[in-house]
Design a protein around this ligand. Structure first.
Ligand SMILES: *[C@@H]1O[C@H](CO)[C@@H](O)[C@H](O)[C@H]1NC(C)=O
Length: 221
């Protein structure tokens, strides 16, 4: 695996495969999707779906996301002189340039259906870092599922939002930030409206959470 240029602020992702359950399993993003620029371009775009800024002090830039040996590396770099971001009517000072990618496909759990989202990650947990592997609504917020989020506390978090205040947020000890860990998130329709969200890390069951009204709502990855 590639050495990190900035170990405090880099996230590596390999082998993401997404499998909807219907009459048949279908792989939407193959494990080879970081093998070459052409593979990447088939399934992924740079930045957030809505642009370069979100709710933190980092501005995404395409050049901060690089491919090598089947690994995507996202690197944050300290920067001065960037104009502030705007989020929820607030201005947020930009202190870092960083990398984000999102799937070209949207993921919409259909009645009786579901998806498996899986990837291998090496993520920093140092204070100030905030890498994440997450789903958020295309047409509304929530839905949001944080399939793996590292909030700079030393832990890994698994979260499902019904509303901004009704959220199940679980912090778990993160074993060995210097190693890759496998994350699996299984999302399933349970009653035609709500979904179950089952989190597994390194083959170990974490827990199952529930998202209200997520069925039929397209998600960004
Ligand atoms: C979200 O909604 C689902 C379905 O109603 C419910 O099972 C779950 O407990 C809710 N989550 C929280 C954190 O209240």
């Amino acid at each position: 695996m590639k050495a990190l240029t900035n170990p405090l602020a880099a996230l590596l992702l390999t082998a993401t495969s997404l499998i909807p359950l219907a009459t048949a399993k279908h792989i939407m993003i193959p494990a080879t999707s970081f093998n070459s620029q052409a593979d990447f371009d088939t399934d992924w775009n740079y930045l957030y779906p809505w642009g370069s800024d979100h709710n933190g002090a980092a501005r995404m830039k395409e050049s901060q996301a690089t491919l090598s040996d089947g690994v995507l590396t996202l690197t944050a770099t300290r920067v001065d002189g960037e104009p502030p971001a705007e989020h929820g009517g607030r201005q947020i000072a930009i202190r870092y340039l960083s990398g984000a990618v999102h799937a070209k496909e949207h993921f919409n759990v259909s009645p009786g259906g579901g998806y498996d989202f899986a990837g291998e990650f090496r993520a920093p947990v140092a204070r100030g870092t905030w890498p994440a592997f997450w789903l958020t609504g295309v047409d509304s917020w929530p839905p949001e599922v944080d399939m793996a989020e590292w909030k700079g506390s030393g832990k890994i978090s698994f979260n499902t939002f019904n509303t901004s205040s009704e959220v199940r947020a679980l912090d778990v000890d993160y074993p060995g930030p210097d190693n890759f860990h496998k994350i699996l998130c299984e999302i399933r329709d349970i009653n035609g409206q709500d979904v179950s969200v089952r989190f597994v890390m390194d083959g170990r069951e974490i827990e199952t959470q529930y998202g209200r009204g997520f069925v039929g709502k397209p998600l960004y990855l």
